[in-house]
Write a protein that binds this ligand. Structure first.
Ligand code: TXE
Length: 502
């Protein structure tokens, strides 16, 4: 960054082969947050070749799991040592508040600690012995590293999303090429320096950054790669899956969501003000945290008709008090959208919502504060009287936009909650535990929160149903994605098969 080489290929830091660079913009004020090297397709091919050679060499995958676990723990320590610097980079790059960036770095740390522990206990090998009816035969199923992985991350949680991929890939014994979003590469570059310091062997982790459209083919349409893990938009995920198909490369994708948050009237009827206040608070946080740029944001409020007017009124009052500003300012509760281009997309969705007949309750504009004029800020926006015929209810806007739909029966609430092509996450608020259990089991989403929203843990799987993707990250499955399964049949007392008699 800023003159230092940013591509890490074959264990060496280097500039782009054609000298190309990209200005990375701070969305809070439009200033240049850093100038980074922009890889060419040839650089990307070299990164893949380096990862291939390192995997085929066999040394890394033969490293004892205890050593790999110790290395992951060392990475966790270094992350904590550099937490403030990494958090500041993340905020300058994405616009999110410093408080949120600090939480991100803690979460990244916990992911490395989790996988260190998981492989440290049993090597992450859930192998088993099978009785095939012949005592001379040892039949066993083992897990081995899948090979060369391409890891492509988005811009909303740059380091966090990348860590969900790098940590299990290292734990499994894979080699890899990481490509952060060209919009937000800064924290990943700093992080790969930490991996080097922690002792990750040369060529095990390679780093290229640049436009996905330019580098995509070199990274994904090649038989040199065994597994692609991608988090990003639906259109890109589909493109990558098609490119990988020619080589039958395994692909896992997380493609966002259009997540329902269902509120039953009993949160108020229960008579305890706490349930009502918590429901309002969590719906607010669920959609407006990080200005809605969260794949699991609860962007569809589905609320019981009898309390809907009061709920929307309470919500709008809270939304109007959200303090928007530069993420570096401790007073800010949420920052800008990631870029001018992204704000333009969000603004187009607001126009669309109005033209589709949704009722604008609050927001729908840029903030008036002149101090924010240079950043890509946008006000928290609520649309009432929405229905599934509207594109703002069906499509991921990835901005601070909440749509409100109403229901009268439990069955209707479930049907609405499942009426989406996505299926990443959902929330349910009710004071009736039996109803809560019925509804969470009926919802077709990868994560469902009951009387909470947005929380996750490194130990539990994350991923989506439907077009939210396939495969899972985090948890034990987040490791097995990076492993191949091998059945070994060992006959300790071989005899002739005797099938052919001649
Ligand atoms: O993402 P892209 P974009 C959604 C959100 C957003 C929309 C588009 O709705 O508005 O996607 O955002 C790389 N081959 N999400 O266009 O393009 C790219 O360089 C290989 C949801 O910014 O999907 C970046 O590293 N890679 C999401 C990564 O893909 C390619 C988070 C994601 O960028 C590529 C972000 C190609 N052909 C956006 N084209 C979530 N699931 O949370 C692009 N890339």
């Amino acid at each position: 960054m800023d003159g230092e080489p940013d591509l890490y290929i074959g264990g060496a830091w280097r500039h782009a082969s054609d000298g190309g660079t990209r200005d990375v913009i701070n969305p809070a004020d439009g200033s240049v947050a850093g100038v980074v090297d922009e890889a060419t397709p040839d650089d990307a091919r070299q990164a893949v070749a380096a990862a291939r050679a390192a995997f085929d060499d066999g040394a890394w995958r033969a490293t004892p799991v205890a050593e790999r676990a110790a290395l992951l723990d060392r990475v966790a320590e270094l992350l904590q040592r550099d937490k403030e610097d990494l958090a500041a980079l993340e905020t300058r790059d994405t616009g999110k508040t410093l408080a949120e960036s600090r939480i991100d770095i803690d979460d990244v740390t916990s992911v490395f600690r989790y996988y260190a522990k998981l492989v440290g206990v049993d090597g992450g090998d859930t192998g088993r012995i099978i009785d095939v009816g012949n005592p001379a035969v040892i039949s066993r199923v083992v897990r081995e590293p899948i090979g060369v992985c391409v890891l492509i991350a988005p811009w909303n949680y740059p380091l966090l999303q990348m860590s969900w991929k790098i940590a299990p890939a290292l734990a499994a014994g894979c080699t890899m090429v990481a490509k952060p979003s060209e919009v937000t590469p800064l924290s990943t570059i700093a992080f790969v320096h930490l991996l080097e310091e922690a002792g990750v062997p040369p060529s095990v982790v390679n780093l290229v950054q640049g436009s996905g459209a330019v580098l995509g083919e070199a990274l994904t349409a090649t038989a040199e790669v065994d597994f692609i893990s991608f988090t990003g938009g639906l259109a890109t995920g589909t493109t990558i899956s098609k490119m990988a198909a020619d080589n039958v490369t395994k692909v896992a994708v997380e493609l966002g969501g259009k997540n329902p948050h269902i509120v039953f009237a009993d949160v108020r009827d229960a008579g305890d003000g706490d349930s009502w206040a918590a429901a309002v608070d969590h719906v607010l946080t669920g959609v407006f945290l990080h200005s809605g740029q969260v794949c699991s944001a609860g962007t569809r409020l589905i609320v019981e008709e009898s309390v809907a007017d009061d709920f929307v009124t309470a919500l709008a009052a809270r939304a109007e008090t959200i303090r928007i500003g530069d993420g570096m300012d401790p007073a800010s509760e949420t920052g800008p959208l990631v870029s001018e281009q992204h704000r333009a997309k969000v603004e187009a969705y607001v126009e669309l919502g109005i033209s589709e007949g949704a009722k604008l309750i609050t927001g729908g504009a840029r903030p008036a504060d002149p101090a924010l004029a240079k950043g890509s800020f946008y006000l928290p926006t609520i649309f009432d009287r929405c229905d599934r015929s509207m594109r703002i209810v069906r499509e991921e806007t990835f901005g601070p936009i909440l749509t409100v739909e109403r229901f009268t029966t439990e069955a209707e609430a479930i049907a609405l909650g499942n009426d989406t092509e996505y299926g990443l996450a959902a929330g349910v608020r009710t004071s009736d535990a039996a109803r809560g259990e019925r509804v969470v089991r009926a919802l077709r989403h990868g994560t469902v929160w009951l009387n909470d929203f947005g929380y996750y843990t490194a130990a539990a799987e994350w991923g989506g149903f439907g077009k939210s993707g396939n495969g899972r990250e985090l948890g034990p499955t987040g490791l097995t994605e990076y492993q191949e399964i091998k059945h070994i049949w060992h006959n300790t007392a071989p005899t002739a098969a005797g099938w052919f008699k001649g």
